[in-house]
Design a protein around this ligand. Structure first.
Ligand code: ING
Length: 311
């Protein structure tokens, strides 16, 4: 029996600071309904899918900051989304800012089953940017100010007949993310991203280079771990700040099989045959036969670079 999942990357166009949760959830439900019409099994929404990318703003009042966070999930604003997904029998993942009962704040993503129940949670491990405002930057990226690093590691879940993993945005740039998921047998990795179209610290780096590095990260992660990858953007101009597009679905050979055409709400759909991951896992990337962990200790034993002695 083939294990083909029809997966939709539900790209989000811009969400303005003034946009309400109900207005955003209505847009997400619209994409969910389109996915149902196209007989999708899973819909992958983006990072921080319910709000504008607020880490671009310096905020000092905790109440102002916490207005962007969710204290429980589902909640009043998102319950209609969960109910519609369950009615359609469609699984979904989406990212949001999580404020826990004991006051901890994470950049979080959840995965539901076809019944709308949450089956998995991931908290973003690699937080880019800074914790302090710097006037020298053309815009701020204050994720380290508003979130703490994820404390759940990189789990995978047996779901939808396969092995699914999640990561978020900057995580995709780190080979460690992909390898930890790959070593658990991941066959489909889903992620959302909010990526500024320009680099606040490197003005000469244009959109082409950003898109190249974005694609490279996804294609390498897919190929080197023989897994499907579904990456969903929040994109377009949010309160004057451009976010890049690049929503795409990548197959286990590292080939892009579907890609968004706009910077608006857009559904990108592909049939992902999970059995296509078998060949890579049983040949080139047969970890049991070919890997030599005895030579890899630096990957987990050090945070910085240790340089060889000067000549
Ligand atoms: N955004 C960006 C990302 O990793 C970034 C930050 C952009 C880091 C470009 C390095 C280079 O796509 C988030 N939200 O992580």
């Amino acid at each position: 029996m083939s294990r083909i999942l029809r997966v939709a990357a539900a790209q989000s166009g811009p969400i303005q600071k003034a946009d309400s949760r109900p207005a955003v959830v209505a847009r997400m439900i619209g994409l969910l309904d389109e996915a149902a019409a196209r007989k999708c099994d899973l819909v992958v929404f983006t990072e921080l899918a319910l709000t504008t990318f607020f880490p671009r703003w310096l905020m000092t009042e905790q109440a102002e900051i916490d207005a962007f966070f969710e204290r429980e999930m589902p909640n009043a604003a998102t319950r209609p989304l969960f109910e519609r997904a369950a009615a359609h029998g469609i699984a979904m993942s989406f990212g949001y800012a999580e404020l826990t009962a004991d006051g901890r704040r994470f950049n979080t993503a959840i995965l539901t089953g076809r019944d709308g129940r949450i089956v998995g949670k991931y908290r973003k491990v690699h937080l880019p940017g800074h914790s302090e405002f710097d006037p020298a930057r053309s815009f701020q990226h204050l994720e380290k100010r508003y979130f703490e690093p994820g404390d759940l590691g990189f789990p995978v879940w047996r779901a939808l007949g396969g092995i699914l993993g999640m990561c978020i945005c900057n995580d995709r740039r780190w080979p460690e993310t992909w390898r930890v998921l790959g070593l658990q047998g991941a066959e489909l990795v889903v992620l959302g991203f909010n990526t500024p179209a320009v680099n606040s610290q490197k003005a000469e780096e244009g959109p082409e280079q950003r898109m190249f590095q974005h694609r490279l990260s996804l294609q390498a992660g897919a190929y080197q771990n023989s897994t499907w990858v579904v990456a969903t953007a929040k994109c377009g101009v949010e309160d004057g700040h451009p976010l890049m597009g690049g929503t795409m679905i990548v197959n286990p050979d590292g080939e892009i099989v579907a890609e968004a055409k706009t910077l608006e709400d857009e559904l990108v759909v592909a049939d992902c045959d999970l059995d296509l991951t078998r060949f890579g896992k049983q040949t080139v990337f047969d970890f049991a036969r070919h890997r030599r962990p005895e030579h890899y200790s630096r990957i987990t034993s050090q945070t910085g670079v240790i340089l060889p002695p000067e000549e």
